[in-house]
Write a protein that binds this ligand. Structure first.
Ligand SMILES: NC(=O)c1ccc[n+]([C@@H]2O[C@H](COP(=O)([O-])OP(=O)(O)OC[C@H]3O[C@@H](n4cnc5c(N)ncnc54)[C@H](OP(=O)(O)O)[C@@H]3O)[C@@H](O)[C@H]2O)c1
Length: 355
């Protein structure tokens, strides 16, 4: 009998700690019961994980939801499921690949044409610790999708957001930003050895810096922007990590991990809180750890880095060239690929330079 005491007590301690830890990391549900009937919400990466549950909860609260995803089959299936479960028929699937500036521009163009307003933009899509992949435009995949893609999308929708004020932008950042560093000499991992963990952390730090700089530039417009770490959530985000790749990890460690962390429905609650809560009216430029406002890491408070990142990002996605070239559309010698792509636009754009 005594030989069972040690394993049983070890198991009990682990299980008890797991439950306590889970309660600690979960953070609970959004306390606000606010409905947002008729408000238009754009959620990126909404076919699974936190994005899908955010779309579902906001549809339940009466929003007109646009789900922007790269895989239309998965997107249509998720939209159909949400319509069925919430009985809200204003949930639609739209193609958006954040690893392609062309796709981002087409998505934003369609929204500008079809929607009278955009009240809430949720920059949720994300990729974590993938191999050294590049986006269609040659950016590091994690920096390109997690930061540059959302940077471009947000800028392209800014006019709509301003017309719809009071409106809100929510950026899904991560606690991982605390170990992030922005390497301005090599943002896209072209000169140094690729480190996928650091690439993710850099992209998440960029999310917080972008939030702070955008908030500054939007002062007085009625558009607020905040960043959130949703907590540790069992989603498909770890698909490129060891946890999902060996049979031992996926059959033994993954289930233990799921006991410890919250499910996507609870993971979406902080995002819903930032999107609908009356407490968030007028709050801007802040970082939320789940539903609590917190000071981000010191490197995320660096105003000079935030300004510099904004300028470099504008150049990389072509917003700067757009402002410069939008009046004469004959491509000039040496004009970048991005600038030529942007040159297809006919109307003047509110880009970074005009903010
Ligand atoms: N889960 C966590 O513990 C945690 C913690 C901190 C922060 N976050 C942040 O929360 C956000 C949501 O993550 P999640 O946990 O819900 O992960 P997830 O389940 O992997 O969902 C990520 C979503 O992003 C989409 N996506 C990836 N690349 C894309 C691209 N090029 N274009 C358009 N969509 C793309 C995915 O689409 P596909 O299905 O087609 O790949 C998917 O819909 C991320 O920004 C992540 O960094 C998560």
């Amino acid at each position: 009998m005594s030989r069972y005491i040690l394993p049983v007590s070890v198991f009990g301690t682990i299980f008890g700690s797991a439950v306590l830890l889970k309660n600690y990391v979960t953070g609970g549900r959004c306390p606000s019961k606010a409905t947002i009937d008729g408000k238009t919400v754009v959620v990126t990466g909404a076919n699974t994980g936190i994005g899908k549950e955010t779309a579902r909860e906001l549809a339940k609260r009466g929003a007109w939801v646009i789900m922007g995803c790269r895989d239309m089959e998965k997107c249509e299936a998720a939209a159909k499921e949400i319509r069925g479960k919430t009985l809200n028929h204003h949930v639609c699937a739209r193609h958006l690949d954040l690893a392609s500036m062309k796709s981002i521009r087409e998505f934003a163009e369609r929204i500008k044409k079809e929607e009278q307003h955009v009240d809430i933009l949720i920059n949720n899509a994300g990729v974590m610790r993938c191999p050294a992949w590049k986006t269609e435009d040659g950016f590091d995949m994690q920096f390109g999708v997690n930061h540059l893609g959302h940077f471009l999308l947000t800028n392209l929708l800014l006019d709509k957001l301003k017309e719809s004020a009071p409106s809100r932008v929510i950026n899904l950042a991560s606690l991982a930003h605390i170990v992030g560093k922005i390497d301005f000499e090599d943002l896209n991992w072209e000169k140094k050895k690729f480190d996928t963990k650091q690439a993710y952390c850099q992209s998440k730090l960029a999310n917080v810096l972008f939030t702070r700089e955008l908030a500054k530039r939007l002062q007085g417009t009625g558009v607020t922007v905040n960043a959130v770490h949703p907590g540790v959530v069992a989603t498909e985000l770890g698909r490129h990590t060891g946890l999902h790749q060996s049979p031992f990890s996926s059959s033994v460690l993954s289930p233990v991990f799921s006991i410890l962390v919250k499910n996507p429905e609870l993971g979406a609650q902080p995002v819903v809180y930032l999107a609908v809560s009356e407490d968030m009216e007028g709050v801007t430029g802040q970082y939320y750890d789940v539903m609590t406002e917190k000071e981000p890491a010191p490197q995320a408070l660096d105003e000079e880095a935030a300004r510099r990142l904004w300028e470099v990002s504008s150049q990389l996605v072509g917003l700067e060239e757009e402002g410069r070239y939008s009046k004469s559309r004959t491509p000039v010698e040496g004009e970048s690929k991005a600038a030529q792509t942007l040159g297809r636009r006919s109307e003047p754009v509110v880009g970074a330079v005009e903010l």
